[in-house]
Design a protein around this ligand. Sequence first.
Ligand SMILES: Cc1ncc(COP(=O)(O)O)c(C=O)c1O
Length: 365
Amino acid sequence: MAVETSATTPDDVLDCIRPAVRNESEYVVGTPPDIEVKLNQNESPFDLPDELKDELLDGFSEVEFNRYPTEQPDRLRHALAEHNDVSPESIIVGNGSNEITYTFGLAFLEPGTPMVLPRPLFSLYEKVARLQDADLTEVPPRDDLRFDTDGLVQAVRDTGANLTVLATPNNPTGRALRLDEIARVASAASGIVVVDEAYVEFNSEPSAVQLLDDHPNVIVLRTLSKAFGLAGIRIGYLMAQPALVQELMKARLPFMVDRFAEQAALAVLRRPDLVEERVRQMQVSITEVREALKTFDDVEVVPSQANFVIFTTSRPADELQDQLAERGVLVRNMSGYSELEGYLRVNAGTRAENKAFLTALEETL
Ligand SMILES: Cc1ncc(COP(=O)(O)O)c(C=O)c1O
């Protein structure tokens, strides 16, 4: 029997994709070959100690590979609740915090929904706004690249934003908001205010978790990818009031955290001493890098409360990034953000990695 051929052309097929998706570009960081010193994704330079990895590998043989995990990783949810002194019902764990941002899009944004974002902000949030066809209002930064709290308060009031996102310390700038500034935005907003705290462990300012009791519209987003050194394992989580969590769970896919990732996260949470020591080392590391950068004639550095700094020189950032990469050092060109034309971002490395970066920069400049 002859099989009918398709009347649809490959172009017709692509027309099935929503314009909001077709207009996007794929998120690609891209690591060129021959990179020895990787300082471009704000990761921890420290992998888990061998003895902890061995312990995990032993534990993996106990895992039933043929069984689904629970919908939410219950043991991890409890451990994270204890870590943050909140109830397990206040937590949703995801496959990295990036993955959870899509739940925000599904739950809070329809075409035309008012949304407010400060600039320059971790680009994923703008992408979520575009993918959902939200009505986005962006608030420009102050001259020192800090978020403009007055501008944000005004914008959430004027637009009636259903969703506002803050990040503190913020990526890409490293600048932080004070708790009272976050509280002002949350109090002014009639909608949800997400506070992305991916870098909170590096900052001396208290966490917005404190606001959860009095502000039912606040969601705090966290990750184990930075201070906890688990970027490859993919664990992020949110904290909010249980009533909100319960509703958000309706938009979640089940089983987003596999049994291995849960065990790895639990193992690290059982070692607060290790995490604290590493955070301290990363803080020392980034301070050393910042101080060293300040000694270059042609470099201007932005103050940062995170494990990375951004800096600018008189040279085009793409050219400088390529020349550093030729010397085996990878940093990130930030020029894609309109306010950060000419800026590069470098994260805290080991002593040897920092030295390699600074030597390469000196040779290049
Ligand atoms: C502000 C911010 N939020 C979230 C993330 C991503 O975290 P995760 O690895 O948990 O998806 C990053 C990573 O660079 C970030 O800078």
